[in-house]
Design a protein around this ligand. Structure first.
Ligand SMILES: Nc1ncnc2c1ncn2[C@@H]1O[C@H](COP(=O)(O)OP(=O)(O)O)[C@@H](O)[C@H]1O
Ligand SMILES: [Mg+2]
Length: 329
């Protein structure tokens, strides 16, 4: 386990016995579920209390002598760190406010895991594709544009050249809203997502059926991986894909680590397809990845690894922050 402030902790040979809480973590989520519980247990085992809170309940308050940020359950203080397990959808203004809260926390010196910038870039599939490509990493041919006629022309040309095409919402997760264009008549249903077309060449995967790899990276290290086998071409666990353990090879691990670095993430769930020619292609880099499926096929306790990384690497002493001190510092 990593070293971090252990005020009041006693160690024995097999476990950590805690005599007092050494700090408090805010877990941003609107649906704590299994992941929230795992994180709470991991933080508690390290002496940190954690509270679930929604970004929808947070406020900026710009007033002299007042803390500029209000988080429910943290009346006169701020958390020692925040773990972002969910950013709610909403209008552009609502989402900008949620990101403002994350940016503001970071500006006040509070570790935000993953931080607002990493989340902002990775929930935007267009920016993810751009950053992967400019970092020299393999990712499918992709077009992101507004013009419908131009989008149709690209799709027509791809189909005419014998390629299938994927259309995705710019902001989306768990396979939602993704469609595959297979033949010219499918173009009748080519729709933008809120005015933007994100079109990507479909990558035919190696082997039987449909599969890809999910590699979990924490602090520049690939800590776990699995193969996801889709019931059809969508390999999301939320869409019924099954999880199988794999032994990570060096190339897969290296690509996943470089992908997380390209998006400046503390941790990431990286989706990588092996194509029919045996080349790896990066599909997505998730900044708020679920790990329930992965946990079912790997030995490492992922919540523990995440808690160790956040507390051990990102948290700086003193572990308890006083907003007023920070404001006058
Ligand atoms: N270009 C592609 N070629 C082949 N399969 C793809 C491609 N893009 C997405 N997929 C399939 O769809 C799934 C979901 O796509 P992804 O971009 O990861 O979006 P989401 O955020 O919804 O998970 C992938 O895991 C993969 O199975
Ligand atoms: Mg994905």
């Amino acid at each position: 386990m990593a070293s971090y402030p252990k005020k009041g902790c006693r160690l024995n040979s097999s476990s950590i016995l805690l005599t007092s809480i050494v700090g408090k973590i805010a877990i941003f989520t609107d649906d704590p579920g299994w992941h929230g519980k795992q994180l709470q247990l991991a933080f508690a085992a390290r002496g940190f209390d954690s509270t679930f809170t929604s970004l929808t309940e947070c406020r900026l308050r710009i007033a002299p002598g007042q803390p500029p940020l209000q988080i429910p359950e943290f009346a006169h203080t701020l958390p020692d760190a925040v773990f972002v397990r969910g950013v709610p959808g909403g209008s552009l203004e609502e989402v900008v406010l949620y990101l403002d809260i994350l940016h503001a926390l970071k500006a006040l010196g509070i570790p935000v895991y993953n931080d607002g910038q990493a989340i902002e870039r990775s929930v935007d599939k267009g920016m993810t594709s751009f950053l992967l490509h400019t970092a020299g990493l393999p990712t499918p041919l992709t077009w992101v544009l507004r013009d419908r006629d131009a989008a149709l022309a690209i799709a027509e040309q791809e189909l005419a050249n014998g390629h299938l095409l994927i259309s995705k919402p710019l902001f989306g997760s768990q396979g939602e809203g993704i469609r595959r264009l297979e033949k010219m008549t499918d173009l009748l249903w080519l729709t933008s997502s809120r005015g933007v077309y994100y079109l990507q060449r479909f990558v035919e995967c190696a082997g039987e059926g449909f599969s890809d790899h999910r590699v979990f990276v924490i602090n520049g290290r690939a800590v776990a991986a699995m193969q996801r086998r889709g019931k059809f071409w969508l390999n999301n666990v939320a869409r019924g894909a099954s999880c199988e353990p794999i032994v990570l090879n060096a190339e897969l691990a290296d690509l996943a680590v470089k992908s997380a670095a390209a998006l400046a993430m503390d941790y990431a769930g990286v989706d990588i397809i092996e194509d029919r020619a045996g080349r790896y292609t990066i599909i997505e880099v998730n900044s708020i990845p679920a790990w329930k499926g992965l946990q079912s096929v790997c030995d490492a306790n992922i919540a523990s690894l995440l808690a160790d990384d956040l507390l051990g690497r990102c948290l700086r002493p003193p572990s308890s922050y006083d907003v007023d001190n920070r404001l006058t510092a």
